[in-house]
Ligand binder design. Sequence first.
Ligand SMILES: Cc1cc2nc3c(=O)[nH]c(=O)nc-3n(C[C@H](O)[C@H](O)[C@H](O)COP(=O)(O)OP(=O)(O)OC[C@H]3O[C@@H](n4cnc5c(N)ncnc54)[C@H](O)[C@@H]3O)c2cc1C
Length: 399
Amino acid sequence: MAERASPFIVAGGGIGGLAAALVLARHGHAVDVLEQSDAFGEIGAGIQLGPNSFRMFEHLGLTEAIDRVAYFPPHLAMRDVRSGELVVQSQAGAATRAEHGYPYGVIYRVDLHQVLLEACRALPAIGLHVHSKLVAFTQTGSGVEVQLADGRRMHGSALIGADGLWSRVREAIVGDGKPRVSGHIAYRAVLPRDQVPEHLYSPDVTLWGGEKTHLVHYPLRRGELFNLVAVFHSERYEEGWNTYGDPEELKLRFKNAAPPVRELLGKIETWKMWVLCDREPVANWSQGRATLLGDAAHPMLQYLAQGASMAIEDAVTLGAALQAWPADVPAAFRAYQQARYLRTGRVQLTARFYGEIYHASGVMRELRNRMFQSGRESAGFIGTQWLYRGIDPERPLAP
Ligand SMILES: Cc1cc2nc3c(=O)[nH]c(=O)nc-3n(C[C@H](O)[C@H](O)[C@H](O)COP(=O)(O)OP(=O)(O)OC[C@H]3O[C@@H](n4cnc5c(N)ncnc54)[C@H](O)[C@@H]3O)c2cc1C
């Protein structure tokens, strides 16, 4: 059993928190992960994983485990939501290896979380604690004291706030108030593959984009499931998460959509709803022996499908910084932040722009279609090369 006198404390056992615990434990640190819920788990929905994520999985030795449950779509396709016209199509799955070195895949969040959880459980240096909600923390010269909602106190050598969009740790370090409500709402659902009629099924990641709405769908879990995410603009909702959506509202928002879209939406009775939020990028998310990671550090809209990937890149970078400054945690946390804030800030801002493009109408829609249709097949996705190339896991602190 590793020395547990002064572990690193990770607040939040989501994808980011578990990735951080895994990296730190592999580097020889003891880690306590505090999760507020009564179990470690994830919501049932799909996420896309760019080649940059697979580069991190390889570095973490998780490729095989991920490949067992992921799905590799042959293409990313964008269609006009009204006309059904194909706007642009680029290769995905294993074909992106040629350009980016790694595949483009999709995964059920539960499965990704489970792969990380199993890897963490295999390491005795990691303590996994449920019913453990951080409410406050203080720093001393040599460590942190964390206060939990039930009155318990825990000591550690440092704190990593991986506590998501509504991060308590961020409140203390950055103090920039509530997240920005984007006015965009997402409805999500997952169907068994056999409930999707053949004429509505596609093996690709398909995005039907149009005025203030879009629908994304793709197969999941080796193709056994079918994931749908419908997004529309609405000022109706202030904040909220993981509540049920109203199928009638969706019908109304997509009333002008092409027949396959309307038919597909009509197949689903129960939607889960998200009010989509982000924040302005910041460069001050480390303070002494406390830092942030994942959505707590740089919450972003989902239009580049990169939130989870950025959290995993954060974890790898944080591990490298602590190796480079083994005796100076505050310096390591600053170096980690320095290496990450521009890349993650760029994703935050680019994701907003992609949201505008997907939801374009009028002249902007015409421009988008022309721009995407000009040049070679993948023209529409050229702007993501800087992203998909990823970070070098051997030198993540390099400028
Ligand atoms: C509609 C939608 C689609 C998306 N699609 C993609 C995609 O295709 N690709 C992609 O990479 N990303 C996608 N994302 C983003 C991705 O889901 C997030 O960026 C990612 O889950 C962030 O992980 P995290 O661990 O930082 O935070 P979270 O997943 O929010 O985890 C935080 C954890 O901390 C716990 N917690 C919170 N507060 C406390 C506390 N005080 N004490 C203890 N525990 C606490 C929570 O219970 C939770 O378990 C999408 C997001 C949305 C909303």
